[in-house]
Design a protein around this ligand. Structure first.
Ligand SMILES: Nc1ncnc2c1ncn2[C@@H]1O[C@H](COP(=O)(O)OP(=O)(O)OP(=O)(O)O)[C@@H](O)[C@H]1O
Ligand SMILES: [Mg+2]
Length: 269
């Protein structure tokens, strides 16, 4: 079976990516990522799981262009990433909505910063609010929304800037179980209708196997890629709750879970 996205060209190539965080003293300098190689293909939905502290958020920040590597490189369409850019949009775990701005203004903010006229940016923002099912709360303020609605608004804000790559760092971690499943189906719908390329970090192995074309399992101390698992479950079977009892889903979930468990507390020999 052909895995969607994988026959397409590599969009983001991470090669030998090595990142250190400086400590209070030079001896406390910490290697957080060590020689990470990842290919994110055009149109792919790639998930990343791994024990807490293995460098998943650091990987997202580096690809977003917020960090300077110690060694190695990140390239987008063959061009080296030197810093942040509108071609990469990030959705963080915290919604990071500005409380004093309406939902519409929050979603349109990136376009405003880029100098787009009010009418045009509001039309665009309304379009994406509609896509995430928030058309009728455009005039409300963030404190008037539920957690799930805030996360939808944060997704709409990122999509409104029309990035080529969407980097998502545990976007649904704070959402209750029921809404989380709905948001997972929503993000799949947006991914397929808009033709997005997504790198999605999560603590949840179920979420990763439900969403991903492939799942990368990271190992800690220092952060590196331990293994890559292809999710060969047809997209049309990926519906909650039926997928939860699908033998292929259970087999893959258990396989990835065992790999993540094997990395807990692991240190490179
Ligand atoms: N700004 C920073 N300065 C120094 N060390 C940092 C910084 N950010 C993260 N670290 C350290 O780098 C390592 C990796 O952190 P990171 O946040 O990337 O892990 P993670 O895999 O996203 O963890 P989690 O699953 O808990 O979100 C951790 O040991 C953390 O303490
Ligand atoms: Mg993190």
């Amino acid at each position: 079976m052909e895995l969607s996205g994988l026959s397409s060209p590599v969009k983001i190539a991470v090669r030998g990516l090595t990142i250190d965080y400086p400590g209070a003293a030079p001896a406390e300098r910490q290697r957080v990522l060590d020689g990470v190689d990842i290919d994110l293909h055009d149109g792919e939905f790639l998930c990343v799981v791994g024990p807490s502290g293995c460098g998943k958020s650091t990987l997202i920040s580096a690809i977003a262009g917020f960090l300077t590597p110690e060694a190695g490189s990140i390239s987008l369409d063959g061009k080296r990433v030197q810093g942040p850019g509108a071609d990469r949009g990030v959705v963080f775990q915290e919604y990071a909505l500005l409380p004093w701005r309406s939902v519409l203004d929050n979603v349109a903010l990136g376009l405003k910063i880029r100098g787009m006229r009010r009418e045009e940016r509001e039309a665009k923002a309304r379009h994406f609010l509609e896509l995430v099912g928030l058309a009728d709360v455009a005039a409300k303020y963030p404190h008037q929304l539920s957690g799930g609605m805030k996360q939808r608004a944060a997704v709409a804000r990122t999509l409104t800037s029309e990035p080529e790559i969407v980097l998502m760092d545990e976007p649904f971690a704070a959402i209750d179980a029921q809404n989380r499943l709905i948001l997972q189906e929503e993000v799949l719908r947006l991914w397929s209708t808009l033709g997005l390329t997504i790198l999605f970090v999560t603590h949840s192995v179920d979420e990763a196997v439900f969403l991903g074309d492939r799942v990368i399992v990271m190992a800690p101390h220092p952060g590196r890629v331990a293994s890559v698992v292809a999710v060969d479950i047809p997209r049309e079977r990926r519906r909650w709750p039926a997928i939860g009892s699908d033998p292929d889903f259970i087999r893959l979930r258990d396989d990835v879970l065992a790999r993540v468990r094997a990395e807990h507390g692991a240190r490179r020999q």
